[in-house]
Design a protein around this ligand. Structure first.
Ligand code: C2O
Ligand code: CU
Length: 544
C-alpha cells in the first residue's frame, strides 16, 4: 500500500490499567491508536471498518478538509454513524497544515480510548524553520476510567449531573509511577545529553486541561495546532483538550532521571493532588545508575494561579516569516459576539437530578443549548431537507447583561434548546468574539472550529469592551489555532475568512460540555468558481 493509505479497524480489545482489566474500543487493537504520517499537502485515504458493536465516527482534528466536509466526521453534523459491520472510506485532504494534529472518535464519548497522533512533515525538499531535531517523539495526554466510558456517559445523561472524575491521567496511554500497578509500564523517554528533541504534545483528554512540564528543564514551543510559532520558552505548558504543541527539548543537565508530568487544573487549581499526576520518566543515556525512588518532579503552579495559562496563551506569536506568511483579515465583513456559558434546565422528568438545586446541567453558546438533529446537517443542507436545523444562531447575544458579574439572576441560567446554525457567504472575513460568562460556574472553555484554523487576535479578562479592546488586537503575528481557550470570566477574539465551503461544527472541546450543548454549526455556502464549491458526496456515506 502507498504510504498515505491506512486501514483502521474499529474493534474491542482488553487493556489493563490500575490493576483492572476492561474491554475498550480501539483502532486496530492499539491504545493509543496508530500514529498517521504524511507530508504537507498530501491526501490520506483511511478505510474505516467498524468491527465493534457500537456505532462510531472518526474525525481528523485540525485538518481543514478543503471543500470536503463529507469526511470530517462529527456525528449528526456531517454524517450519520458508521454502523457495526459497515465500512466508510474517508479522504483526509491536507492543505497548509504542518506539524502535529490528531484524530479521534466523534460520537458519544468514544474518543476516551479511540484516538491517535497525526504527524505532518514539511514537503520533501523543505525544512523545519528551526534546526532539525535529533529525534522526535509523540507525547499524547489522556484520561482513564475504571468504568466503561459508555456507563460514565449514561450516568451523566440520566442524573443530569457531572461525570465522575477519571481514575487516572495518562501519558502515552500510561498513568505512571504514582498510580497503583502502573510503575513497570511507565513511559520512558531516553535522551542523549546535549541533543535537541522535538516533542509533539497532544491533549486527547475528554475533559481536562493540563499543565505539562519536565522537571528542571525548559521547553521551547515552536508550533501550535500544526502551524509554526516564534520560539517561546517556558517551564510549564498549559494545553487544553484538542490543542497540540510542538516543543523543542534540550537535555543538558546532570545525567540522571527526571519526571515529566501532566496534571489537570480548573481556573489554575489542580483538580487532583500532585500525586495524581500522570508521569513519565526522562532518562539520560549517560547515566549508569538505576532509577531512584523519587527523581526531580516539576514545580506546577499551586492553588488559584490564574496567570500561568493566561500569560502563556497571550505570549504565543505565529512565525509570520517569508516562508510561512500569514494573512490576517484586516477588514471585517461579519461580526459575531457569542457567549459560552454553563447553564441548567429545570428537572421535570427525573426527581433526582444532580445538577445545582436539583436541576439538569446544560451548556450553551449565546444561550442556545444545541440539540443533535436526527439526520446530519450536511445531508439536510446538501439535499435541501427541511426541518432539520434553523438558521438563527444569533449574531449577538439576544440580551445584554454583565457577563462576568457574580450572582446573576437565575432566569439567565435557563437557555433555549435548539439546532441553530449560522450561514456564511463564501469569502467573508469573520470576526468572532467568544465571551466567557459567570453563569452557574465560570470555567475555561477550549473552543474548537472544524474546517478552519483561525487567528487569535485578542484575549482578555472580564467583559469584552468593544471600544477599548480592539485597539490592542494583534494583526501582525497572532497565533494560528484550531482550538482556543476562552479564559474563565474572560474573552477571546478570532478572525478567519470563510474560504472553505461546507458544514462545520463549532464546539467546546470539553466532552461533557458538548453533551450539554455548547455547540453550533457554521454553514459556508459555495462560491461562484468551481474551485469554490463543495465536492460531491462519496458513494459510501453512512446512511442515517
Ligand atoms: Cu477534536 Cu469536533 O473535535
Ligand atoms: Cu466548555
Amino acid at each position: 500500500a502507498s504510504p498515505n493509505y491506512y486501514k483502521f479497524v474499529i474493534k474491542e480489545a482488553w487493556y489493563t490499567r490500575l490493576c483492572y482489566s476492561k474491554k475498550i474500543l480501539t483502532v486496530n487493537g492499539q491504545f493509543p491508536g496508530p500514529t498517521m504520517y504524511a507530508y504537507k499537502g498530501q491526501t490520506i485515504v483511511v478505510e474505516v471498518h467498524n468491527q465493534a458493536n457500537d456505532n462510531i465516527t472518526l474525525h481528523w482534528h485540525g485538518v481543514k478538509q478543503p471543500r470536503n466536509p463529507w469526511s470530517d466526521g462529527p456525528v449528526y453534523i456531517t454524517q450519520c454513524p458508521i454502523q457495526p459491520g459497515k465500512m466508510f472510506r474517508q479522504e483526509i485532504i491536507l492543505s497548509d497544515e504542518e506539524g502535529t494534529l490528531w484524530w479521534h472518535a466523534h460520537n458519544s464519548w468514544l474518543r476516551a480510548t479511540v484516538y491517535g497522533a497525526m504527524i505532518i512533515y514539511p514537503k520533501p525538499g523543505t525544512n523545519y524553520p528551526f534546526p532539525r531535531p535529533y529525534k522526535e517523539h509523540v507525547i499524547i495526554l489522556g484520561e482513564w476510567w475504571k468504568e466503561d466510558i459508555k456507563d460514565v456517559l449514561q450516568y451523566v445523561l440520566e442524573s443530569g449531573g457531572q461525570p465522575s472524575l477519571s481514575s487516572a491521567y495518562l501519558i502515552n496511554g500510561q498513568p505512571g509511577d504514582f498510580y497503583e500497578c502502573s510503575e513497570n509500564a511507565t513511559y520512558e523517554l531516553n535522551v542523549k545529553r546535549g541533543k535537541t528533541y522535538m516533542l509533539r504534545i497532544i491533549n486527547a483528554a475528554l475533559d481536562e486541561i493540563f499543565y505539562y512540564a519536565i522537571a528542571n528543564h525548559s521547553l521551547t514551543v515552536v508550533g501550535t495546532d500544526a502551524s509554526y510559532t516564534k520560539p517561546l520558552t517556558r517551564e510549564i505548558i498549559s494545553i487544553t483538550p484538542g490543542q497540540t504543541y510542538d516543543v523543542l527539548f534540550h537535555p543538558n543537565l546532570t545525567p540522571g532521571y527526571y519526571y515529566m508530568a501532566a496534571n489537570a487544573y480548573v481556573n489554575g487549581t489542580l483538580v487532583k493532588s500532585l500525586n495524581a499526576s500522570a508521569t513519565a520518566v526522562v532518562k539520560y543515556n549517560e547515566t549508569s545508575s538505576s532509577k531512584p525512588s523519587n527523581p526531580p518532579f516539576p514545580r506546577f503552579p499551586l492553588d488559584n494561579d490564574t496567570s500561568t495559562d493566561f500569560n502563556f496563551s497571550r505570549s504565543l506569536r505565529s512565525l509570520a516569516s517569508k516562508e510561512h506568511p500569514i494573512d490576517v483579515p484586516k477588514k471585517v465583513g461579519s461580526r459575531l459576539f457569542t457567549t459560552v456559558s454553563m447553564n441548567s434546565f429545570p428537572c421535570d422528568t427525573n426527581a433526582t437530578c444532580e445538577g445545582p438545586n436539583g436541576t439538569r446541567l446544560a451548556a450553551s453558546m449565546s444561550n442556545i443549548s444545541f440539540i443533535d438533529p436526527s439526520i446530519d446537517i450536511l445531508e439536510a443542507y446538501y439535499y435541501n431537507i427541511k426541518g432539520v436545523y434553523g438558521k438563527n444562531f444569533p449574531k449577538f447575544v439576544p440580551y445584554v447583561f454583565d457577563f462576568t458579574a457574580e450572582n446573576q439572576p437565575s432566569y439567565l441560567f435557563t437557555p433555549k434548546k435548539g439546532t441553530e446554525v449560522r450561514m456564511y457567504k463564501y469569502g467573508t472575513s469573520v470576526e468572532m468574539v467568544l465571551q466567557g460568562t459567570s453563569l452557574l460556574s465560570s470555567i475555561d472553555h477550549p473552543m474548537h472550529l472544524h474546517g478552519y484554523s483561525f487567528y487569535v487576535v485578542g484575549i482578555g479578562r472580564g467583559n469584552f469592551d468593544k471600544n477599548k479592546d480592539p485597539k490592542n488586537y494583534n494583526l501582525v503575528d497572532p497565533p494560528i489555532r484550531n482550538t482556543v481557550n476562552v479564559p474563565n470570566n474572560g474573552w477571546v477574539t478570532i478572525r478567519f475568512k470563510t474560504d472553505n465551503p461546507g458544514v462545520w461544527f463549532v464546539h467546546c472541546h470539553v466532552e461533557a460540555h458538548v453533551t450539554w450543548g455548547m455547540n453550533t454549526v457554521f454553514i459556508v455556502k459555495d462560491g461562484n468558481k468551481s474551485e469554490e464549491k463543495m465536492l460531491p458526496p462519496p458513494p459510501d456515506m453512512p446512511p442515517c
